[in-house]
Design a protein around this ligand. Structure first.
Ligand SMILES: Nc1nc2c(ncn2[C@@H]2O[C@H](COP(=O)(O)OP(=O)(O)OP(=O)(O)O)[C@@H](O)[C@H]2O)c(=O)[nH]1
Ligand SMILES: [Zn+2]
Length: 378
């Protein structure tokens, strides 16, 4: 017969430890938003929210009725800027007499009329942006302040701001689930090491190339997934070239590691990235297109990268990148970046604007003159 385990105080301990409970609440809340269902947020006040990205017109109407018309659209600072509103914590636009279509226009569409009334959002609502990031949804939410025990929202998933913060710790918890050699066309020896963990238990892959010398700075590339560039050879970016050039450089140095991180579209997801491409076809650059959708210049996190490098025994690296943020992040996490080596893919008419924007607006170490001359010399 099973015996009940008791703590020193005589209570039966919960199967979930507190950080797991915070993580579970966070994952459930993100999943609910993804299904178009509401989530109750306990902050300085109690709020309820649905994501405009997944809520249907019917959900929107039901929400308006349940909140007795007190609902408002919560948009980020970047989206507010795109609407020419200066709102350091994001803006709240009252929706009482506004339609679902108007809310979508204000939330993420190009050429939306500026709202007549709006307010600065309380800082605590930024927790909702964190949930939409986790759910890979546009950060445009319909919110309302409610009483803690509003019967209209009984049974709805609940999350406290502190739990969203506490769950962040999970972003660095990863376990190896498989290590297997995979023969590659261009690399003589490649071992795929699959890690599982983080906040949403998504799998992340490290490719150990050749025989890395872990006593010396290990050549590494931290590559964020780009379905269009890596797999389909899209001309809009240089990701595919960088991926293959990264592997080639690592092999040429005798061995190292390529981390292939599941953060498509700089962490915004393939849906948002394709919407951003749509806006780019109207002339916006890569950063302004993301901002029009409510995103900051780069929403990626590198906790997984640090966890994977540590598990593989990498403490000092030669980092193959043009992105100084990646180097800064590793240094901050205690991994020594002994050297940074540039990796440039082929410059094309289609990706020139993208590369120039990265150099001029995202601080990437890319030589604009070189980009221009690469085209002239074609
Ligand atoms: N949102 C958005 N993401 C893009 C766009 N073009 C490419 N991406 C994504 O940008 C990311 C590029 O990743 P990396 O090549 O690892 O990183 P990087 O910041 O360019 O730095 P490097 O190491 O120098 O290549 C991938 O996740 C792509 O899917 C775009 O126009 N919009
Ligand atoms: Zn790309």
């Amino acid at each position: 017969m099973l015996k009940t385990v008791e703590t020193e105080t005589g209570e039966t301990p919960s199967f979930l430890d507190p950080s797991d409970a915070a993580r579970r609440d966070c994952e459930v809340a993100a999943a609910e938003l993804r299904f178009g269902r509401p989530v109750v947020l306990h902050a300085d006040e109690t709020y309820v929210a649905i994501a405009l990205d997944t809520a249907t017109a019917r959900d929107f109407e039901r929400f308006a009725v349940a909140t007795r018309g007190s609902h408002a659209l919560f948009i980020t600072t970047e989206r507010a800027d795109a609407l020419e509103l200066s709102a350091p914590n994001g803006a709240l636009v009252p929706l009482k007499d506004l339609s679902y279509e108007r809310a979508c226009e204000l939330g993420y569409q190009l050429e939306s009329p500026v709202p007549e009334t709006w307010f600065d959002a309380p800082a605590s609502l930024s927790a909702l942006n964190e949930l939409s990031r986790l759910a890979l949804l546009l950060p445009a939410l319909v919110v309302a302040q409610i009483d803690q025990s509003d019967p209209a929202f009984a049974g709805v998933a609940e999350i406290a701001v502190e739990d969203i913060e506490a769950a962040g710790d999970a972003e660095t918890r990863y376990e190896i689930v498989a290590r297997t050699v995979v023969p590659l066309r261009d690399v003589e020896k490649a071992e795929f090491v699959v890690f599982r963990g983080g906040l949403s238990q998504r799998d992340q892959v490290a490719i150990v190339v050749g025989e890395p010398d872990f006593e010396r700075p290990v050549p590494i590339r931290i590559h964020s997934s780009c379905l269009t560039g890596d797999l389909f050879g899209s001309l809009k970016c240089d990701c595919g070239d960088q991926l293959r050039e990264g592997l080639r450089l690592i092999e040429a140095r005798g061995g190292g590691v390529l981390l292939y991180l599941d953060q498509e579209g700089r962490g915004t997801g393939i849906g948002a990235k394709m919407r951003a491409y749509g806006y780019q076809s109207h002339g916006l650059d890569t950063i302004d297109a993301d901002a029009a959708l409510g995103f900051g210049a780069d929403t990626r996190r590198y906790g997984a990268a640090v966890a994977m490098l540590s598990a593989l025994g990498v403490t000092s690296v030669e980092l193959l990148t043009n992105n100084p943020n990646k180097a800064a992040f590793l240094q901050k996490a205690g991994i020594t970046v002994s050297r940074r080596t540039a990796v440039l893919g082929e410059v094309t008419n289609e990706n020139r604007y993208y590369l120039t924007t990265k150099a001029e607006r995202a601080g990437h170490s890319l030589d604009i003159a070189l980009i221009a001359s690469a085209l002239v010399n074609k």
